[in-house]
Each structure stands twice: as structure tokens, then as C-alpha cells.
Design a protein around this ligand. Structure first.
Ligand SMILES: [Zn+2]
Length: 151
């Protein structure tokens, strides 16, 4: 059982560092955001967060970091404060922006989005700011039960 879990972790971390050139993760939460690099490797995206789960996260993070270092891929840890309350469009931050578990609606500019998607975009933006990179093709991952999508 633990062997199978380890095998899976090895395969997935390898696939991720091959597919992305920047991986931003929200500290302490099962939420991750990747930027796709080099136009390859879409296969790694499916069900990442769903598969990791709470328990496997710290081991996964550690192994991902080790492999990323070897391959020149950046893993950026982002402060989770306000990523779910901040408007990705205008920056307005308020608890009321988070209308429900699923719905984000900005009280300032009216921007609406899936709450997980809005948070994931904030995580990537913060990761890009830390790393000094920008642009490119992005993928977002929401909470464990949600599917991946192009941002
Ligand atoms: Zn706004």
C-alpha cells in the first residue's frame, strides 16, 4: 500500500517537473497552480489535487521540490492569506467577495468567477511576482474535487 503510494508520487512529481517550468503552491493547502512550459506535458494535469489528498501533501511537496531543483524548475510557495478574498481583476480584497464556496463576486468591480479559479489565479500571480517571471500559458487547479482548466 505505501509502496504503491510512493510509486505514484515518484511518477507524478517527475511528470510535473517535465511539464512545467514554474509551479506555485499555496503554503499548507492542497492547492497548486502550474504554468505550462515548453508546450508539452498536458497529461500531468488530470486530477492532481484530487489524487494528492491532505495526507500525501507534505511528502509530495518535498519530493517535488527535490526534483524541481535538479531540473531547473522553480517551485514557489505563496502566502495563502487573502487568495480566496482578493479580486483577481482589480485587487479589491474583502470577505464579502466570497459569496459562497463556489462563487466569487467582487464588491468593487463586479468581476465574477469560480471561487477556486479566482484563488488559483491569485496564487499564480503571486508566484510569478516572487519568481520574476511572467506571461505564458497557465493552468489552474482548484480544490481537490474540482477539475482543471485553462486560465
Ligand atoms: Zn474587482
Amino acid at each position: 500500500m505505501s509502496d504503491r503510494r510512493r510509486d505514484w508520487r515518484e511518477q507524478l512529481t517527475t511528470a510535473l517537473v517535465q511539464a512545467y517550468d514554474l509551479i506555485a503552491v499555496e503554503a499548507l493547502q492542497v492547492q497548486a497552480m502550474m504554468r505550462r512550459g515548453h508546450g508539452r506535458g498536458r497529461s500531468a494535469k488530470a486530477g492532481l489535487n484530487r489524487a494528492i489528498g491532505e495526507q500525501g501533501w507534505s511528502a509530495f511537496r518535498r519530493r517535488l521540490q527535490e526534483k524541481a531543483s535538479m531540473c531547473g524548475v522553480e517551485v514557489v510557495e505563496v502566502d495563502p492569506a487573502y487568495t480566496s478574498q482578493r479580486c483577481q481583476q482589480c485587487g479589491y480584497t474583502a470577505r464579502d467577495n466570497r459569496q459562497s464556496q463556489a462563487v466569487f463576486q467582487c464588491g468593487s468591480c463586479g468581476h465574477t468567477a469560480h471561487a477556486d479559479q479566482n484563488a488559483a489565479q491569485n496564487i499564480l500571480a503571486a508566484g510569478l511576482a516572487v519568481s520574476g517571471r511572467g506571461g505564458g500559458c497557465t493552468w489552474a487547479a482548484g480544490e481537490p474535487s474540482t477539475a482543471w482548466g485553462v486560465v
